[in-house]
Design a protein around this ligand. Structure first.
Ligand code: SF4
Length: 454
């Protein structure tokens, strides 16, 4: 982490320092882990695959299983077709997955490997499948990689039989398994039959059974992905992560889609529930009404501590925008919101949010980095920082309370099991925020007492 004084500012057009994102294949690997009996396969060098597995394993504290084409100098010069052929044969022979989901890396993209033709030439055992997506990491972020892999599954597998199956497709976006469980719980409470794609619950939060399972029980099955084309509707959560695969399913199989924000906070959870309600035309069950009422009660109770507090939020675009709306609902001011993922829609959506809540002087930036966020905070401080683990350096340097939310969180535990989405998730986030602010208040009071005694 570079340090600088208040007066120094650095205008940069290309260099990134501590980017608020990671590389595309991390997202593609995570999406592939959300498919049952799927082996994510990294078409590139071993180092890339190790890095991506490490990122996921450190966040989820569960092993992220994946294979690699193990490029060496030969593959870099002559192409990786032979490597992929040998790799897929070995993977089916040794690990016996139902499906291999291949994603590319910077190296295989740079040398121009044509995965479409490579896969057509593979000898795939009967009943097994190989799919792929392109994830050149010098463009976009892990969110684009996640989106591309979900689209890859649909492009290869989903079909329309012409007969509807009475289900809703839930595309959860790049969220934790705990969030996916909560989204599914809400859909079940609303009486909606659904298929979630991808679904990492039961995979990246699988229970300890005393026996290692290469392919845990969870994940969307291949058969479910095939029948996505017969669904009534897709609810796609988060523009950055889910819009493209939802649009592809609409185009390929004529399944209408509704784009929703990640359901974090009151308004955005309401939107999810009302979308389900307009599909079922039924009543919202009392359990959800009760949770909402409890959340409102909580927000009133904590209002004296949250009102007018300035917050800096960084991380993935869909997550950051939803947390920003939630802190506005809490009476806080999202002074700085920043994502490392590029794209015009983030800043546009942030501007609309600031206008909706009538706040001025807030800054939003896509394709930003933590160095820049630190500079802003140096210029005008905030009361709270919200984001992944890498923000801790800013929090320490500026002595700001820090709430860990988003990806990656590598220095804390349990977070991936518990939701941020839904009314229950909002209660959890409210608790984290309030306790962080109160801890600071307690510490300031203790310091004051100490000074008086001295
Ligand atoms: S070389 Fe590219 S794909 Fe591999 S780890 Fe680095 S950024 Fe990711």
């Amino acid at each position: 982490m570079l340090n600088y004084t208040k007066k120094e500012t650095y205008e940069r057009s290309a260099l990134r320092i501590n980017p608020a994102k990671t590389c595309q294949p991390v997202g593609a690997m995570y999406a592939a882990l959300g498919v049952h009996e799927c082996m994510p396969h990294s078409h590139g060098s071993q180092g890339c695959c190790s890095f991506h597995r490490m990122m996921l394993t450190r966040h989820f504290k569960d092993p992220a299983m994946a294979s690699t084409s193990s490029f060496t100098e030969g593959a870099s010069v002559f192409g990786g077709g032979a490597n992929l052929k040998a790799a897929t044969k070995n993977i089916f022979d040794i690990y016996n997955p139902r499906i291999i989901a291949v994603h590319t890396t910077c190296l295989s993209e740079t040398i121009g490997d044509d995965l479409n033709s490579f896969i057509q030439e593979l000898e795939v055992p009967e009943g097994k499948v190989v799919v792929h997506c392109n994830t050149p990491s010098y463009y976009g972020s892990h969110i684009n990689g996640f989106s591309n892999m979900v689209a890859g599954f649909i492009r290869y597998l989903s079909k329309s039989s012409g007969k509807k199956n009475g289900k809703v497709v839930l595309m959860p976006g790049f969220v934790n398994p705990g969030d996916m469980r909560e989204m599914k719980r809400i859909a079940s409470d609303m009486g909606v039959a659904y298929t979630m794609l991808p679904d990492t619950s039961g995979v990246m939060d699988s229970p300890m059974t005393g026996k290692f399972e290469l392919f845990p029980k969870g994940g969307t099955t291949v058969d479910e992905i095939i029948t996505l084309g017969d669904s009534d509707l897709t609810l796609a959560f988060g523009k950055a992560a889910s819009e493209a695969p939802a649009e592809l399913l609409t185009k390929k199989c004529n399944v209408p889609n509704k784009l929703l924000p990640l359901p974090i906070g009151i308004g955005r959870t309401d939107e999810y529930i009302m979308a389900l309600q307009s599909y079922t035309k039924g009543d919202v069950p009392y359990i959800l009404e009760e949770e909402r009422g409890q959340l409102v009660d909580i927000l009133i109770d904590i209002h004296p501590y949250t009102y007018n507090k300035k917050v800096a939020i960084f991380g993935d675009p869909d997550t950051v925008l939803s947390i920003a709306e939630y802190v506005l609902e809490m009476g806080m001011i999202p002074k700085y919101i920043l994502t490392g993922t590029p794209g015009d829609s983030f800043e546009k959506a942030a501007a609309e949010l600031f206008t909706k809540f009538g706040v001025e002087g807030c800054i939003a930036k896509a394709a930003g980095d933590l160095f820049e966020l630190h500079q802003w905070i140096k210029q005008e401080g905030v009361d709270l920082l919200i984001g992944g683990t890498h923000g801790k350096h800013i929090a320490r340097a500026e002595d700001i309370p820090f709430v860990r939310a988003g990806f990656p969180i590598i220095d804390r535990y349990i977070h991936s099991y518990l939701p941020l989405v839904g009314y229950k998730g909002a209660m959890r986030l409210a608790e984290l925020i309030t306790n962080a602010l109160l801890d600071r208040q307690d510490r300031d009071a203790a310091e004051e007492d100490f000074e008086m005694v001295m």
